[in-house]
Design a protein around this ligand. Sequence first.
Ligand code: ATP
Ligand code: MG
Length: 227
Amino acid sequence: MKNIYKEYRGENGIVTALEDVSLEIEQGELVAITGISGSGKSTLLNIIGGLDRPTRGELYYNRHNVKDYPNLAQYRSENIGFVVQDCKLLPLLTVEENICLPLRLNGQMVSKKELDGVIKKMDLEEQRRKLGKQLTFAEQQRTAIARAIICKPKVLLADEPTGNLDPENRDKIIGLLRQMNGEGQTIVIATDKEYIVKQCDRRIDVVNGRVVKDRTEFLIQNSAFGS
Ligand SMILES: Nc1ncnc2c1ncn2[C@@H]1O[C@H](COP(=O)(O)OP(=O)(O)OP(=O)(O)O)[C@@H](O)[C@H]1O
Ligand SMILES: [Mg+2]
């Protein structure tokens, strides 16, 4: 990201959700984007993932300007997997059907071997024939991760992937994400939960839409905090 700004036009004028954000994420990293509510974490993640366009600034993927893709949908489908907090499973489809849905909508076949693989990886073997509406929140989140990774995204983006889960279930999800990262998956997590941040290899702190700290480096003066 190079000098990215995101502004929203609201009822009370313009809201600057991101201000002059520049950062680089390497393949294979496990990164936490953190900050209080409203700091701009989701906006940052959505721009990295091509769900939203920056107002100004450039986003590069493998040195290619994302603007040069025919459209954002193609950039997303070639590179990005998303897990969002409200994971939006279809209540009347089974776990298996939910996992396969994006690929099927894309006209792609899903092999049984591949499906079995992600179901095992996400520990959903006992749930695979249950309907979306019959799952616990933790099971829903694991299904959402399975749905994202079956597309083999180069980058996996997760927005508050553990929601308000109990410690056992949240540790399970973080453990699964870490395991995937150990196998080479690039993962970026937006979260305000310190226990998740601690499990990542790199933290990017966002305050009022600005990256104030990345790795161990303070990027702007402390006086700007909370202003
Ligand atoms: N579609 C939108 N229209 C107007 N303002 C928006 C929009 N989306 C986000 N914002 C504003 O941009 C700022 C950053 O929001 P964002 O959702 O990125 O924060 P966040 O750090 O993810 O917060 P949370 O922890 O609550 O999820 C906030 O002030 C928010 O109100
Ligand atoms: Mg958010």
